[in-house]
Design a protein around this ligand. Sequence first.
Ligand code: SF4
Length: 412
Amino acid sequence: MPGKSNRLLPLDASSPSGGCRKPLFGLDAESLAAYMAEIGEPVWRGVQVSEALYRQWVNDISEITTLPKSLRLRLVAEGWQIARPAIAKAFQSSDGTERYLVECGPADPLAVETVWMPDGDGGEAGDENETGESHDLRCPGSRFWDPGNHDPQPTGRSRKQDWRRATICVSSQVGCAVNCQFCLTAKLGLQRNLNAGEIAGQVVAVLERHAVRVDRDRVNLVFMGMGEPFLNYDNFMAAVRLLVREVGLSPLRMTVSTSGIVPGIERFAQEPLDLRPKLAISLNAPNDHIRAEVMPINRKWPIGEVIDAVRRVPLRPRERITFEYVLLAGVTDRPEHAREVARLVRRTGLPAKVNLIAWNPGPGIVYKTPESGSVEAFQHTLAGAGIPAYVRQPRGRDIFAACGQLKRTVEG
Ligand code: SF4
């Protein structure tokens, strides 16, 4: 149900938060207030806890100094913990991108991956909230790929702000079941869903590391990390509600990408506009035949059905649907493919833009990165057909942080 509270979500035994059975992080102000009332405390104590968790980013109940000491001790005695996900390792790219292994708790052996991209990757170009920005739309092409040269960086707070805006790429699952053939995450299979606190916690951990001022700094969120958000829909949207209502981020600075899970898109269409992120469809092929090869999910929900569902999403004034398109050399990057994509996007009748991504290499995947010339030609064909097209820069490719490369490549 749109707009519902996050009550009990993190307490679900099937989705533990790092082995902590009573995590405060993940509960919204309404749930916290209800709990306070339940134990005979004023309901506004719940708002104080919410402020401490999501605005002050405390790590320990003892740091919630707005609560009387007796109440803090009581919460601890009753087994509550903050249990916010924490950055266990950070890998720094030569381009400033950072990839993190985020642990959801000491008892959880699985880490999830989150990426920080100072100044974004060009995928924000053409978005209403980014107008006025200039973007380098050139594709830098492949660079030598040597993750061994990049040692983990300290995981503490980084105080130097040398970015004007930034994008955080957030994971919604550990691994993924969708099995896109070009994606390294797919190799993991689905390990488990993340709960709302674990999804929102990645964001808060990264905001804290970079000393982001939510009311001042321009930080975009893209739910394009590990996993298919619409196959973990309830937790994903519960996380969005936490990030909007409790942390104070705007849904206009959030984009969720789906491989085309039609029932998820239909639910998304029902979400209130003040909570709904923008929508991106991971298209990646010019027609059903090729798409079914690179994205087997297309056999269940072909392009036409996905587009029909997208048409039911009410858009804000000037909002566009983004089509993400991974270019695979010789498979999806030919001139005839560009013309076919142009026709396909125009036929949708949707206000749309296309983000082009030169495929990022990964071990055990047979595809090849396209030449920068074919990426540029593809972009020009789309632009010539009146379709805004942008090239997403391969940020953090040297640390396995680029699009499609997220996998736990370095053991924690
Ligand atoms: S591209 Fe996205 S949906 Fe496809 S396998 Fe990778 S993580 Fe899953």
